[in-house]
Design a protein around this ligand. Structure first.
Ligand SMILES: Cc1cc2nc3c(=O)[nH]c(=O)nc-3n(C[C@H](O)[C@H](O)[C@H](O)COP(=O)(O)OP(=O)(O)OC[C@H]3O[C@@H](n4cnc5c(N)ncnc54)[C@H](O)[C@@H]3O)c2cc1C
Length: 264
């Protein structure tokens, strides 16, 4: 049996190079380099590690504008077998609800799926909604905030990060797994694979293919409304130079101001 794995990927602005329009306060996308969301690279690597041990097909699915092609080609060059970009003017301005609906609809059009991987969250909007939302739309189980993901005999086992520790969860497929940022080392693209990826290319699907109505998706299908944007003035950090002899007094002062506390 060949395992069918789907990896959800999002193209995001490179957080090192974000350019904000000083007048509109919006992100200037034409001046900003786009990259693959880093947690999604970890999600793809988790899928590839399963494929290293078990026969599997990996399909990457993204909703985004045409420029997301570079991310899709990159995923193919890292080892994915198929890339589907859902792109349609009607999808613009989507909040996380129609994004989840659209990605879930694309996945449900595939013949079969066993495991769906998503990143824990994106580096731009960072809600962490979309993975769990897709699992809900598809009516399947989910394991969130995972590392050390294994597949064996129809079950996925993963370590979940909790606030006060970790837990190991075992779940039958089909299951959606959200993968922690930096939980593995994504493999590099090879030149051979890059050439093959460009030759192979991606598939582009529109909302008609997904049987979605324009009013269900994009800005029209988004229940949230951004009423106001506000820029926040960064608080200046206080700097203070002290000699070695002054350190005990400084520690006492910081302790009294409750800036530091005793740890047992
Ligand atoms: C209130 C609100 C209003 C917004 N308004 C707008 C707007 O007007 N215009 C606009 O462009 N954006 C808008 N956004 C941003 C947009 O909703 C998100 O970029 C998008 O829904 C994905 O959510 P996220 O980035 O938080 O992803 P997360 O939920 O943090 O992502 C988790 C994982 O889900 C997967 N994933 C996320 N997005 C995609 C995708 N597109 N395709 C495939 N997989 C994906 C990835 O694996 C990712 O690692 C808005 C967001 C909010 C919260």
């Amino acid at each position: 049996m060949v395992l069918e794995i789907v990896v959800m990927v999002k193209q995001v602005p490179d957080s090192q190079e974000v350019v904000i329009d000083p007048v509109t306060m919006n992100l200037n996308r034409s001046m900003t380099r786009n990259v693959t969301n880093r947690a999604d690279e970890n999600a793809l690597e988790a899928a590839l590690q399963i494929k290293d041990k078990t026969p599997a097909n990996i399909t990457v699915v993204s909703m985004g504008p045409p420029q997301a092609e570079s991310t899709m080609i990159e995923c193919l060059a890292r080892g994915a077998d198929r890339a589907i970009l859902v792109s349609d003017r009607a999808l613009g301005g989507a909040d996380t609800y129609p994004t989840g609906l659209t990605v879930a609809s694309a996945i449900s059009k595939l013949d079969h799926f066993d495991i769906i991987f998503a990143g824990e969250e994106s580096s731009d909007s960072s809600t962490g909604h979309v993975g769990p939302g897709v699992a809900e739309f598809l009516g399947i189980d989910q394991i969130t905030y995972c590392s050390k993901i294994q597949y064996e005999d129809g079950y996925v086992t993963a370590e979940r990060e909790l606030e006060d520790g970790t837990e190991v969860v075992k779940c039958p497929t089909p299951v959606l797994v959200t993968v922690l940022l930096n939980s593995n080392y994504p493999r590099r693209q090879t030149l051979r694979r890059k050439i093959d990826a460009v030759r192979k290319g991606m598939e582009v699907w529109n909302i008609e293919k997904l049987e979605l109505k324009p009013e269900w998706v994009g800005v029209r299908g988004s229940p949230t409304i951004v009423r106001r944007m506000q820029s926040i003035k960064e608080k200046q950090r206080e700097g203070k130079k002290v000699t070695l002899e002054q350190i005990p007094d400084l520690v006492k002062e910081l302790y009294e101001k409750k800036i530091i506390r005793e740890v047992h």
